[in-house]
Ligand binder design. Structure first.
Ligand SMILES: [Ca+2]
Length: 274
């Protein structure tokens, strides 16, 4: 028992060591050190990834747009009503109902597979990218590499960069993949580590491509299931599935909005499960 536990601790330490910055490459707060960091970091992970993937990393450039967006993030507290108005929640609900009708088969197959009903998935889809309209146009590998280099959240984004390099290795994403400012990709804006952990093939073409709605929505359902979603249980605050929604986004008003808009889309069925 003890030795098994010890082995587990050792294995965990090794995994965490890889994931959380035993890297010596030096972070920086402007573009000046990026080339040197890239060389150092690439040297440290050489052998963990395919040579082409390392070349792709070496081909990244410092993303000023990403850093600008990161520095510009303002955290001001909105009330739930203010947040819902700002994010166009009522438009998401009404467009969401027509998206549900137009994609009925897709949502039925997702619910059979993961137990997650359409409402919360469509609320997330509408809030994140206006149903796939705005997925972002930043080079994902450069965005994530820039944030891994940047001193503000080096550890968190080094972890994301390792996931991104794994995805490039596997051909799920590539050196030319594009997405939002912090490296979020696809129709529901997964960070690379979430693509790696929860990405699934929703349309059965044998590939995971979160730029497609079927794969993005199935992966989002898989994310919620992995965060404890129980088929048939309610998802309003205080009900069993609200915890899975809390796993999606840290902001309380965002969580509440997903629950409210989701119920508006699911309609009477969600009222029955309340
Ligand atoms: Ca697919």
């Amino acid at each position: 028992m003890i030795s098994a536990a010890k082995r587990l601790v050792t294995a965990l330490a090794m995994v965490l060591g890889v994931a959380t910055g035993t890297f010596a490459a030096e972070c920086g707060s402007n573009s000046a050190g990026f080339e040197a960091w890239k060389q150092d970091f690439s040297g440290e992970v050489r052998g963990k990834f395919e040579p082409d993937t390392i070349q792709a990393l070496l081909g990244t450039s410092y993303s000023r747009a990403t850093i600008g967006a990161d520095r510009g993030q303002k955290s001001f507290k909105l009330t739930l009503d203010q947040f819902m108005a700002k994010r166009g929640a009522s438009a998401v609900a009404s467009k969401g109902r027509s998206m549900k009708a137009a994609n009925a088969q897709l949502f039925a197959s997702i619910e059979r597979r993961f137990g997650v009903p359409p409402g919360p998935l469509i609320a997330i889809w509408g809030m994140e990218t206006a149903f796939g309209s705005f997925m972002g146009n930043q080079n994902t590998l450069s965005a994530v590499a820039t944030l891994a280099y940047d001193c503000r959240r080096t550890e968190y984004f080094t972890d994301q960069l390792m996931a991104m390099l794994t995805l490039v290795d596997r051909g799920v994403l590539s050196a030319s993949s594009r997405g939002a400012m912090h490296g979020e990709v696809g129709q529901t804006q997964f960070l690379p580590k979430n693509v790696l952990l929860y990405g699934v093939d929703g349309d059965g073409d044998g590939r995971i491509n979160l730029d497609t709605k079927a794969d993005a929505l199935a992966s989002t359902a898989n994310f919620l299931k992995a965060h404890g979603w129980q088929a048939g249980a309610g998802y309003q605050p205080g009900q069993p599935n609200f915890a899975a929604i809390e796993g999606w986004n840290a902001a309380t008003v965002y969580q509440q909005t997903i629950a409210i808009v989701g119920a508006q889309i699911d309609g009477s069925r969600s009222a029955e499960s309340n």
